[in-house]
Design a protein around this ligand. Structure first.
Ligand code: AHG
Ligand code: MN
Ligand code: MN
Length: 338
């Protein structure tokens, strides 16, 4: 291809233009959700810059604090939390934020804001220091309380079925943002020299089945009998085991290639380790929109009632057939044990 032909090619659809086009599909949309998604994308670019430089400057590694879950808080966790909260506060559309890194809800002061955001600002933090993919996960709800006041607990503890949008950013071999507003799933890849996300994965459809299972088998001594039987089934079927230890990265691979990700109950984390509001629900919304499935092994993730904004739940997520197969093994265990 000569230089002239190359110049004739369009550069592609930017995330901003895509969001705007989608907004035009809804005649009564006010543009606030569009602005909110753009705010998240902007914060993601800033966090991406910090992550790319983290080996050069002293921001990788533990910060010395522990977060509400009692885990070591990494410096980049703190930085990402600050960046996302600042972008959401400045944008004005969000009244209240729930973050993995903050025990209490964050009131942005934008009492007219219609939206609630739940966020895991930096997922996979144990992988920061070793140059392995990490991510951000977010979930957006419309408030149920009237505008003009601060967001309430009822606003924050809605079931996943009420999500109006959800997405994640993966900071990997390239940086991507993948999101849904309930009308399919689209993925955008970051072009660092232009500072823009471009539509690279339109209308993602996840395979109905797959040959990959992703679970931390180091905990297999405390798997339930049904869970252990499912893992044996995967091995007998010659499936591949793939486990990065960054939920976003494991989820993203399985979304595109097919597979199942599981964080089951273990003796260390009897209710699973992952959090319903800002890890499980957003990914459940995305996987369902892509044709996959998500449950706690029995109940659809998005129908679980959140007891607490930091509540944890087991997660079985990915290709429909594999999630259903795992559920069958768990149902069998109840029959055997009763
Ligand atoms: P976070 O860094 O936000 O605390 O999340 C870590 C999570 C998730 O990303 C990953 O899948 C899981 O922890 C790994 O846990 P194990 O090391 O127990 O397998
Ligand atoms: Mn996480
Ligand atoms: Mn995190």
């Amino acid at each position: 291809m000569n230089q002239h032909d190359k110049l004739a090619l369009p550069v592609g659809t930017t995330l901003d233009r895509f969001i705007m086009r989608k907004q035009e599909d809804f005649p009564y949309a006010t543009g606030e959700l569009s602005q909110l998604l753009r705010d998240i994308a902007l914060a993601a670019k800033i966090v991406n810059r910090e992550i790319n430089r983290s080996g050069l400057i002293d921001i990788a590694g533990a910060y010395g604090n522990r977060n509400v879950q009692g885990e070591d808080q990494q410096k980049l966790d703190v930085i990402a939390n600050i960046r996302f909260i600042r972008a959401l506060r400045n944008g004005g559309e969000v009244c209240t934020i729930i973050s993995e890194e903050d025990e209490e809800v964050i009131q942005t002061g934008n009492v007219q804001g219609k939206y609630i955001v739940a966020i895991d600002p930096l997922d996979g933090s144990s992988n920061i220091d070793v140059n392995v993919s990490i991510g951000t996960i977010f979930s957006i709800y419309r408030r149920v309380s009237p505008t003009g006041t601060e967001g309430t607990m009822a606003d924050c503890l809605q079931t996943g079925t009420n999500q109006v949008a959800a997405g994640y950013v993966i900071y990997g071999s390239s940086t991507m943002m993948v999101y849904t507003t309930g009308n399919g799933v689209n993925g955008f890849t970051y072009e660092p020299s232009l500072g823009e996300f471009f539509l690279s994965h339109p209308q993602i459809v996840t395979p109905q089945s797959g040959a990959v299972y992703s679970v931390n088998e180091g905990s297999s001594n405390s798997f339930s009998s049904g869970m252990a039987a499912f893992v044996t089934y995967c091995k007998e079927a010659n499936y591949s085991a793939r486990y990065i230890g960054s939920l976003v990265a494991d989820f993203h691979r399985n979304l595109l290639k097919g597979g199942i990700y599981i964080y089951p109950p273990t003796s260390k984390s009897p209710n699973g380790k992952l959090r319903l509001m800002y890890e499980c629900n957003p990914l459940a919304f995305i996987v369902e929109q892509a044709g996959g499935k998500s449950s706690n092994g029995r109940t659809r993730t998005m129908e679980l009632r959140p007891e607490d904004m930091h509540a944890r739940c087991p997660l079985f997520i990915g290709s429909k057939e594999l999630v259903e197969k795992a559920e069958e093994f768990l149902a069998q265990e109840e029959v055997v044990e009763s």
